[in-house]
Ligand binder design. Structure first.
Ligand code: FES
Length: 319
């Protein structure tokens, strides 16, 4: 994971209940352009590195904008962005990376956001509107008070394409995902971001309605809480050098290989971003990521070594 430059917090304001919006300016450098769906890694004041989607309009000069939800059950990274960061402070960040890009295929787009999952999708809505492409944004939140970008989306020229679903925590008032998918034109692509059950519900609904998986794009914010109590040791063989590295129960493959001088690029370290993806030549993987599709996982030909382990005594990796 590389932190490429330092930015200054030019503006910090409350965007919604529990959510702050930060404008980040380049310090003596022009910030690289980004595309809708991109994120940056941010070294938070707690020291933890977190990923935040860029939610300003893509393709326009100006500060990077990120929205940060205070995660009550988090590991302190988001809380430190709320409590220990003031305007004028500096942050180390990475260049933008995009694992959640809009398809260039013609046709309509259906955007599904839940809660803070709106952050990449608000940039996508801006980009699709700027390109004159057809889209509908479904935005689910508990209440208006907790809805980031409420005013922005109501004032955008495409406000009539945004459907807010405030459920107040009641299932009966939740978005009818099947109906939203059924209303999409043939060949549409769906993009979904939010809590894991929401993503799973949209993916399941799309699969049941016969949508090919390639037309359903998703991005998770945090990884699975894996049960590590039964973890054992296993061997990793590096095919290019023939070296074997023993992976201890409480160490990830990326950590063990880094200690042996074999660096694999990482970012989220939770199996959600895909940065550390490597090819597997032999062996069975105990997949613990949210990045690969079930079909990709079942093929055992690739893995995310920041979190996944071996289901066999050894793995031969294309390293
Ligand atoms: Fe993000 Fe491994 S570093 S999936």
């Amino acid at each position: 994971m590389g932190l490429d430059f330092v930015v200054k917090v030019a503006r910090k304001r409350v965007e919604a209940e529990g959510i702050v919006l930060l404008d980040l300016e380049g310090e003596g450098v022009a910030l690289p352009a980004f595309t809708a769906g991109a994120h940056i890694d941010v070294k938070t004041p707690s020291g933890a590195v977190r990923q935040y989607s860029l939610c300003g309009p893509p393709g326009q000069p100006g500060p990077y904008q990120i929205a940060v939800l205070r995660e009550a059950a988090g590991r302190g990274g988001s809380a430190s962005m709320h409590d220990a960061l003031a305007e004028g402070d500096r942050l180390a960040v990475s260049a933008p990376r995009n694992h959640f890009a809009l398809s260039e295929a013609p046709g309509a787009s259906l955007l599904f956001a839940a809660g803070i999952g709106i952050t990449p999708l608000v940039a996508m809505a801006d980009a699709l509107h700027a390109q004159g492409r057809e889209f509908t944004l479904h935005y689910c939140a508990r209440s208006e008070a907790r809805t980031a970008f409420l005013r922005r989306l109501r004032e955008r020229p495409y406000a009539d394409r945004v459907r807010f679903h405030f459920d107040g925590g009641e299932a009966s008032r939740q978005l009818d995902i099947a109906a939203a998918l059924a209303a999409a034109p043939d060949g549409a692509h769906a993009y979904v971001c939010g809590p894991q059950p929401f993503i799973a519900a949209v993916r399941d609904g799309a699969a049941r309605a016969g949508w090919p998986a390639a037309r359903v794009h998703f991005e998770h914010f945090s990884g699975l809480a894996a049960d590590t109590s039964g973890d054992g040791s296993f061997d990793v063989v590096l095919s290019r050098s023939g070296r074997t590295v023993r992976i201890a129960p409480d160490v990830s493959i990326t950590q063990a290989l880094a200690a042996e001088g074999v660096a694999i690029d990482t970012s989220c370290e939770q199996g959600v971003c895909g940065t550390c993806l490597i090819r597997v030549l032999e062996g069975e993987v105990d997949h613990r990521d949210l990045y690969l599709t079930p079909e990709e996982q079942a093929s055992h030909t690739q893995m995310l070594p920041c979190c996944s382990r071996a289901a066999s005594a050894r793995l031969v990796l294309d390293l």
